[in-house]
Ligand binder design. Structure first.
Ligand SMILES: Nc1ncnc2c1ncn2[C@@H]1O[C@H](COP(=O)(O)OP(=O)(O)OP(=O)(O)O)[C@@H](O)[C@H]1O
Length: 291
């Protein structure tokens, strides 16, 4: 018998997971059996519960991997206690955006993704911190944090809700001023990319590399409203680097100062900070992941 797997499923992720939780659980057990292994499947009860479940269970059995079943928010909660540990993270991408899974080339179809968990290789990726909060995919402030906040208030998740909220927010959102590493800037959004995309193939930093020991800082400068469709096109076709309204730099550490405590997001999870100083840093090669 192979080492067992621990699956932690967030029934609130994506649009499909909640009503199909039991079917997914059954598919997990069947796939484990196929590979002469076994799986324990746990369900989250509320926000942040996944982190507690990992901390409680990680040393109970010699897990081959602890698998996040959900989207980037669920991965964030499950990966936090795994940073710097030997147990690899597995991903069964059933969220709305699945940014980290897409960047890593993990299949999005249930059976293919499950198979990958039992047959894939383990690689070690960088992780990052925004004011001591770990993130794995992207974090930032500005328009995407505002959209993330409004998205979190919606009764439904999924791509169509995300697009609707983004479109509505676009017309009212005004660029903000920041001090980035001591330099005054204006930005529509300021992103720190560990992985290259927000999710749904919105490639904010297509050049981002999960193993280069650096973050890609992406500033979208203020732009005329008519330019929005071009920018959206560049975002979804991995061509943001060609835009005259975008600046990139690589960094291992950055400090942002704002006049008011900003709304940020980490892996798409919105958070209203109570401080105006934001420190972002990288932890090179600190998380093992099955790909
Ligand atoms: N049992 C639960 N009930 C309600 N919310 C939960 C529960 N378990 C986790 N959550 C919260 O659900 C939120 C959404 O999870 P997640 O990010 O995985 O899905 P998503 O937003 O649909 O996907 P993505 O981040 O890939 O777009 C997270 O904020 C998480 O804390």
């Amino acid at each position: 018998m192979e080492q067992p797997y621990l699956f932690i499923l967030n029934p609130h992720s994506g649009t499909f997971l909640g009503r199909n939780s039991r079917l997914i659980e059954k598919a997990v057990h069947e796939m484990a059996q196929t590979y002469n292994s076994r799986a324990t499947v746990l369900f989250t009860q509320e926000r942040a519960h996944a982190t507690t479940l990992v901390s409680e269970h990680m040393h109970r059995e010699p897990w081959k991997a602890i698998v996040a079943v959900g989207g980037d928010g669920t991965i964030n909660e499950i990966a936090q206690p795994l940073v710097g540990q030997a147990i690899p993270l597995g991903i069964l991408p059933l969220g709305s955006g699945n940014g980290l899974a897409r960047h890593l080339g993990i299949p999005l179809k249930l059976n293919a993704a499950l198979k990958r968990l039992f047959t894939g290789q383990v690689t070690t990726i960088d992780t990052a911190l925004i004011n001591h909060i770990p993130f794995f995919c992207t974090a930032g402030m500005g328009f995407d944090a505002y959209v993330g906040y409004r998205f979190s208030k919606q009764p439904a998740r999924g791509l169509s809700t995300y697009m609707k909220v983004s479109f509505e927010s676009y017309w009212s959102y005004r660029p903000q001023s920041y001090r980035l590493n001591g330099v005054e800037i204006n930005a529509f959004s300021l992103s720190f990319a560990n992985a290259g995309q927000f999710g749904n193939n919105a490639w904010v930093a297509p050049q981002a590399d999960l193993q280069d020991g650096e973050l890609d800082i992406c500033r979208i400068k203020p732009f005329p409203k008519w330019y929005g469709t071009s920018l959206a096109y560049q975002l979804f076709t991995r061509q943001m680097r060609t835009s005259r309204y975008i600046d990139y730099e690589k960094a291992t550490h950055a400090v942002v100062e704002t006049t008011q405590p900003p709304l940020i997001h980490y892996d798409g999870e919105p958070l209203q900070l109570s401080t105006s100083r934001i420190e972002v840093s990288i932890k090179p090669k600190s998380l093992r992941v099955i790909i």
